[in-house]
Design a protein around this ligand. Sequence first.
Ligand code: Q46
Ligand code: ZN
Length: 303
Amino acid sequence: MKCRRCRQPAVIEVRRHNAGFCADCFVRHCREQVRRTLDDYEMIGPGDRVLVAVSGGKDSLALWDILLDLDVRADGLYLGLGIEGYSDSSATCARAFATGRSARLVEVDLPRDFGYDIPTGARTARRAPCSACGLSKRHLFNRAAVDGGYDVVATGHNLDDEAAVLFGNVLRWASDYLGRQLPVLPASDGFVRKVKPLVRLGERETAAYCVLRGIDYIVEECPMAAGNKHLGYKEALNAIEDQSPGTKSAFYFGFLDRVSAMFTPAARAEREGLRACAHCGAPTTGEVCAFCKLVDRAARTGD
Ligand code: Q46
Ligand code: ZN
């Protein structure tokens, strides 16, 4: 197979595009896909300061690398989750990347700064680990961005992630989630803008991008992911994609282009009904936000 652009021998095939690429053209292709996504969804304005949520995995490091190459003012934020056998190595990859690119990495550590790690926080709050983790991430990424004067939080969700989440939400017709499942969520009172610039790249592509760019990323999955629904949805979609390449992308972008608008008014109304948390000031539906409740419960059980 030859590279679609330069006709040199291809090193990677992207079946959904029915194309092969050589190393240089593939890196350029990934950058272009991200640039196109940034433009199409007006994700980052001129002069915006961006905080990239960096886990040390392939997606977030590829995202940070591409944004820096596109001359976006992008710092990284690493959140230490206190997960044994995972958090230390993921932090090492995030730090090594930042040093290599002379980029700024902000660090927040759950055990050090908030007195709990994900396994114990989840236990005490009687939540699934990924639910306690997602809640902590959403809250702390937004808080760090607001405190640091950033305009945007960028996350490394790729096409496989978004298609799997969409699949799960459609299976349950979770209309509130469907209204929020957009590649860009505008800023509103207490929230900075959230963007997902990798939605045009699959996870095989972000992995290949990192290998070709010599980026060292944590290959192991988080041990807490085992058995979660999200992985099951990914496997189901992969089986379909294998049979008919392009289905995942048609599913996700078809939703964005033709369906998502039906669900956005409810999500917008929900955001507008929020008030400030009595403890931390973050937007919330109740008096105290779910994050403060989690921290409080973890502290009380730890006494
Ligand atoms: S880090 Fe956190 Fe993921 Fe680990 S505990 Fe679950 S949500 S699987 S992206
Ligand atoms: Zn709070």
